[in-house]
Design a protein around this ligand. Structure first.
Ligand code: PMP
Length: 283
């Protein structure tokens, strides 16, 4: 494995950043998770756009153009000779002093890791997963816009720990008003009377690239989708439910908080979207 740091490649054991990097000291930085399917980087343009918008939102200057960043990501895939896999692209505020003022950081650190992807075990794609609603809430969008894909994931990590303690692989995270926001690393959708519904960004959802892709695929195959307000009630009474994410792709959900969703098996619409997503990703 060759890891890109600021224009150079390092073996895994030598790929290191300073302990004074504000990415480590404060979680001051941003990231993207991107898939490689069949030798092609999936929706790279969209990931780069979101990445640079996150950077702009936190006043983080990346000393590379979008084109240069795209080329660096593609080069890292080539260097690692990957046909399928996962890319973790990161920019941290860089090395600075112990104070939190980013002014002490002279240059942002750019890191690209090309690796395997850890999906949920295969059986869950066939049978569906169980979710639990946890007490850790999504950070309100008035405090930190959920569109910023920052290196601060502590409350999502807390939610993940709660889910695991409850024997589940993923958690439903609510916003501070009690509406559904998303999961710890995935967006959530329900199917109700043939339509797809997903929480809007204003309720605390990340603008997921897979979420967007699924809505585009749905439109193409004649399924309407809507970003809306969802309460736990809407999840419990949904016909179908599924999660979307770069790593997870589309995962059917069959149980939430011990309640059976729909008929308790992956639904028709979910299966149709999974099939079409596979075709699209491999095309
Ligand atoms: N929500 C959160 C909190 C995430 O970290 C992610 C990415 N793993 C997603 C949703 C899904 O977004 P994407 O489809 O762009 O991977």
């Amino acid at each position: 494995m060759k890891i890109y740091i600021d224009g150079k490649y390092y073996d895994k054991a030598d790929a290191k950043v300073s302990v004074f990097d504000h990415g480590l000291l404060y979680g001051d930085g941003i990231f993207e998770g991107i898939r490689i399917y069949n030798g092609k980087v999936f929706r790279l343009k969209e990931h780069i756009e979101r990445f640079y918008e996150s950077a702009k939102a936190i006043i983080l200057e990346i000393l590379m153009t979008k084109e240069e960043m795209k080329a660096a990501v593609e080069d890292a895939v080539k260097v690692n000779e990957r046909k399928d896999g996962y890319i973790r692209l990161m920019v941290t505020r860089g090395e600075g002093s112990l104070g939190l003022d980013p002014a002490s950081c002279k240059k942002a650190t750019v890191i690209i890791i090309v690796s395997d992807i850890q999906l949920y075990p295969k059986e869950y794609y066939e049978k569906g997963i169980a979710l639990v609603t946890v007490t850790s809430r999504r950070i309100p969008s008035e405090c930190l816009d959920p569109r910023i894909k920052s290196l601060n994931y502590l409350n999502n990590i807390m939610a993940k720990l709660e889910a695991k303690q409850a024997g589940c692989l993923e958690a439903v995270m609510l916003n501070t008003q009690g509406f559904v926001a998303e999961c710890t690393a995935d967006n959530i959708f329900i199917v109700k009377e043939g339509r797809l519904l997903t929480p809007s960004v204003y309720h605390g959802a990340l603008e997921g690239i897979t979420r967007q892709t699924v809505m585009e695929i749905a439109e193409k195959i004649g399924i309407k989708s809507e970003e809306t307000t969802l309460a736990p009630y809407d999840l419990y009474t949904a016909d179908e439910c599924f999660l979307t994410g770069t790593g997870a792709e589309i995962v059917p959900v069959v149980k939430i908080d011990g309640r059976v969703i729909g008929s308790g098996v992956p639904g028709k619409v979910t299966k149709m979207l999974v099939e079409n997503f596979k075709k699209y990703a491999l095309s």
